[in-house]
Write a protein that binds this ligand. Structure first.
Ligand SMILES: [Zn+2]
Ligand SMILES: [Zn+2]
Length: 207
């Protein structure tokens, strides 16, 4: 999407693009999801610290949540669950209400005839011509993500307003391998010794 169309975007989307560094389908999903949550909760106060977002991926979309809802890691009202899903749950502590927004599975479904092209691009084997086709497809996807009805994009459901507990203070243990402190629930065991996650992964990944 060129700079020209950027000017037509609502200011808050421009702000999200600026924060994220580029415009992409992922950011637009986050933008639409954050807006859906906001309107469901009636929470139009952008920097509201009463809002807590639980995000189930750590990709582009999350940046829109930070900008639109003011949910950030630093403030502790952005919680990441490594589930690899396009699912976002937003809690409004003041209203004691929560909403779960999940991307419908058919939204990003690609036409089967495009698959060989995507495969080529993944392997860095696509020609300039083919990359142009993929680019056009991406543009169209972004337009679609902006224009689609919220209900066609997401399943939106009210969920119990049980705000996940903030990280408690845990006892620390020392990693045998790097000597650094790690909180006990995150500690692993490697060769029968206490290990932090990176040190235990060096082992399993064979670095
Ligand atoms: Zn992005
Ligand atoms: Zn370690």
């Amino acid at each position: 999407m060129g700079a020209q169309s950027m000017e037509q975007y609502p200011p808050v989307l421009r702000k999200a693009v600026e924060f994220h560094g580029h415009i992409c389908p992922g950011l637009l999903i986050g933008y639409r999801a954050a807006q859906a949550a906001q309107s469901f909760l009636g929470a139009d106060r952008a920097e509201d610290e009463d809002l807590v977002a639980v995000v189930e991926n750590d990709a582009c979309s999350v940046d829109a949540f930070q900008v639109l809802l003011g949910c950030t890691f630093g403030k502790g009202n952005l919680i990441y669950r490594d589930y690899g899903k396009q699912v976002y749950t937003v809690f409004d502590r003041a209203a004691n209400k929560a909403v779960r927004v999940s991307l419908k599975s058919d939204v990003l479904e690609r036409p089967p005839e495009m698959e060989p092209l995507f495969e080529k691009a993944r392997k860095n084997e696509a020609s300039a011509e083919e990359l142009k086709i993929l680019d056009g497809y991406r543009e169209k996807t972004m337009e679609r993500l902006l224009d689609m009805d919220t209900d066609a994009l997401f399943k939106i459901e009210e969920v119990p307003p049980d705000v996940p507990e903030k990280a408690r203070i845990f006892k620390s243990v020392t990693c045998h391998f790097c000597g650094e402190k790690v909180m006990e629930p995150r500690a692993r065991v490697r060769d029968g010794k206490v290990a932090c996650i990176p040190c235990s992964e060096v082992y399993t990944r064979g670095w």
